[in-house]
Ligand binder design. Structure first.
Ligand code: 7RM
Length: 653
């Protein structure tokens, strides 16, 4: 638990940054504490363009929050139209790379026109404000266009990640009561077609409410079109051009004047039960938080080329591929395919080609690239990079240091950003010109975010380094408003564990400098011999070992110690003696953390069960170590065959 080296921002970085130095950060943070919700009002006036000004910053009737009530606004207008009145009109808004090597660039003007055209298609088909659309598409520009067109008309969208199965698509479509599905024939991943329309057809067998399916043609492969229900995107678009001139279509499709609290989207995320939760975000507050963090955390400047590698099917893609960057007027990069196709340097090739300056990805991705060696990034000119980001899970110091050295060439600050689907935007992260970094820590909360740590009785923990529950003490603009169709679950899960506070479900500790160290989900915290021990800490220790590529750790019931540590480990390429290595790794962990942390068991495997966003599904591993069987929801699992392989591997010593 030693707090490693700190990395102070360079004077060059700080001098040009939006927030210059610790004093400025502290002043801003204190001001926000003093002013409460009113802190956000001038920011909302300045950062967003309103059709009608709001009357009040916040109406708070826990757990119901109404931000910027009385205001009228449109998210799509803020992402596109308002930039057309400035020099950004001809600036690239979206740079897209397809996996097969095709590429497109949309200026703000181009993207605005494409969105207006598609919004007109939606309108002509009879869709309007408050209707619900499922979007199930590959990472092509039309995915962003569909999202923005829905926002333009006030249609509530729910993007379902293209890697989800027909079954997952069905439950989400039903839960949302969607009447429209926007999809594509398929998309490219590792040179193979991911067929989406087939899954839609299967899912919709049990979704009678869906009356229309719009199909974008990406791969050109054969498929079934159901008469009346299914229409081609391009045919509808062409019809627009012949029936009326382009400019008229665009003009006719003004952005709807919507309430600040108009539902913007629902995004499904897995909870502790089998049923995914439909997290609802609304318009103005969400947009403010994502826009502000582009400057506060990514230190966005006018000439930046910004790339977040997340799929738009995840919250990171919503907030930091589409809404945040476009609202802030950035150039956002989008890539369709796999990072290792055709080779392990695909990402670095894209960075060099487009001179990416801000790069945001996940620790899982970084670790998988570490495994392949430095020669891949070293073959490319990465000198355009000036800032790196990490999100989704704690980043272990070994991966952090590799990222810092090999990708950032010890020049680029790394912003480790903690947040959740439920928070809408980044909550705890460094302001890179101000806050010294510590590898593995998301550092300090952003202004207006009153993060705290409490024990199981809800009492604040003040001693440094003592673990507790991470909570947020007051509402913030980007917070989720409810769980779609289940307000009770929203209240129970998030607002009733600790009085007047939002319960994150994460464990964390704060060090003597006040830095937050996120230790993972509460249900991933083990208790061995009365010692609280994070699965993440053991994993971090394991991946420090030269033989280990990735590790997942779960608690296993134990007669004497309550719980015992069980490790699933994948190894780097090599000829390893599993018996010897198992003993060595148990020793290793005992040495790195303490004898109480010595794993009971080490299982070697060739893959770990992960969600498609790269999170290890520890719940499944826990079930395997307790019962050697798996029950419950596995629809978010990336590769289902991993499971059968895992339950048949056994202890090697
Ligand atoms: C953005 C996103 C949320 C959960 C969250 C944490 C974990 C996310 C970090 C992190 C440590 C981070 N949304 N998490 N970011 N843990 N450091 N920087 O991932 O809803 O899909 O997941 O992810 O456990 O509760 S999410």
């Amino acid at each position: 638990m030693s707090d490693s080296q700190t990395y102070t921002p360079s004077p060059e970085f700080t001098s040009r940054a939006h927030v210059k130095g610790m004093d400025e950060y502290r002043e801003l943070y204190q001001q926000a504490l003093r002013e409460g919700e009113n802190f956000w009002a001038p920011l909302a006036e300045k950062e967003l363009t309103w059709f009608k000004p709001f009357a009040r910053a916040l109406e708070w009737d826990p757990p119901s929050a109404k931000w910027f009530s009385g205001g009228r606004i449109n998210a799509c207008y803020n992402c596109l139209d308002r930039h057309l009145l400035t020099e950004r009109r001809t600036k690239p808004a979206l740079i897209w790379e397809g996996e097969p090597g095709d590429s497109r660039v949309y200026t703000y003007e181009d993207l605005h026109l494409a969105v207006c055209r598609f919004a007109t298609v939606l309108k002509d088909l009879g869709f309007k404000s408050h209707d619900r659309a499922i979007i199930y598409m590959p990472m092509v520009p039309e995915l962003a266009i569909a999202v923005l067109a829905c926002a333009r008309l006030g249609i509530i969208h729910s993007v379902v990640f293209g890697g989800f199965s027909a079954e997952a698509l069905r439950t989400r479509t039903q839960d949302l009561n969607a009447e429209l599905v926007i999809t594509a024939d398929g998309g490219w991943r590792r040179g193979k077609e991911i067929r989406l329309k087939d899954a839609v057809d299967q899912a919709l067998e049990e979704c009678p409410l869906v009356r229309q399916v719009i199909v974008y043609q990406r791969t050109g492969s054969a498929l079934n079109m159901t008469p009346d229900r299914d229409v081609w995107w391009h045919e509808r678009d062409e019809r627009l051009s012949t029936s009326r001139p382009t400019e008229v279509a665009a003009e006719n499709c003004a952005a709807q004047d919507l309430d600040s609290e108009h539902p913007l989207f629902v995004l499904y995320t897995s909870g502790t039960t089998g049923k995914p939760k439909g997290i609802l975000h609304t318009t103005a507050g969400y947009l403010l938080q994502t826009t502000l963090s582009m400057r506060w955390v990514f230190d966005l400047r006018e000439d930046d080329i910004y790339w977040c590698t997340a799929d738009i099917g995840w919250v990171t893609g919503h907030s930091y591929v589409v809404y945040g960057p476009l609202s802030a007027g950035a150039t956002t990069v989008m890539y369709e395919g796999a990072p290792d196709f055709p080779a392990f340097d695909r990402w670095w090739q894209i960075v060099a080609k487009h001179k990416v300056s801000i790069f945001y990805t996940s620790p899982t991705a970084i670790r998988s690239l570490v495994r392949q060696g430095e020669q891949w990034p070293n073959a490319h000119d990465l000198s355009s990079l000036r800032l790196l980001g990490s999100v989704g899970e704690p980043i272990n110091p070994a991966a952090w240091e590799w990222y810092y050295r090999v990708i950032g060439k010890e020049r680029c600050p790394i912003v480790d950003t903690w947040w959740q689907t439920e928070t809408g935007g980044i909550m705890i992260a460094p302001m890179p010109g101000a806050i010294p970094l510590k590898p593995g820590s998301a550092t300090l909360p952003l202004p207006g975010i009153e993060a705290d740590i409490v024990d199981s009785r809800g009492e604040q923990i003040t001693q440094p380094n003592r673990e507790g529950f991470l909570i947020i003490r007051r509402p913030w603009p980007g917070m989720a408003r409810t769980i779609w169709g289940d307000p009770r679950r929203y209240e129970e899960q998030y607002w009733s564990r600790v009085p007047d506070a939002y319960f994150t479900g994460d464990a964390a500790r704060r060090d003597a400098d006040g830095y937050f160290w996120i230790l993972g989900r509460v249900d991933d915290v083990m208790n061995v011999s009365g010692h609280r021990l994070s699965t993440m800490e053991v994993e971090s220790a394991l991946v420090h070992h030269p033989a280990v590529a990735e590790a997942a750790v779960v608690a296993k019931p134990h007669d004497v110690t309550g719980q015992a540590v069980c490790c699933f480990v994948t190894l780097k390429a090599g000829d390893w003696d599993h018996g010897k290595l198992s003993t060595e790794l148990r020793q290793w962990v005992a040495r790195e953390i303490g004898p109480f942390a010595r794993p009971e068991e080490v299982r070697f495997t060739d893959a770990l069960p992960k969600t498609r966003s790269g999170k290890i599904m520890r719940r499944l591993l826990r079930e395997i170590v307790t019962t050697n069987a798996v029950t419950g929801d596995t629809t978010t699992l990336e590769d289902i065959t991993v499971l059968s392989r895992l339950s048949t591997v056994h202890e090697e010593d």
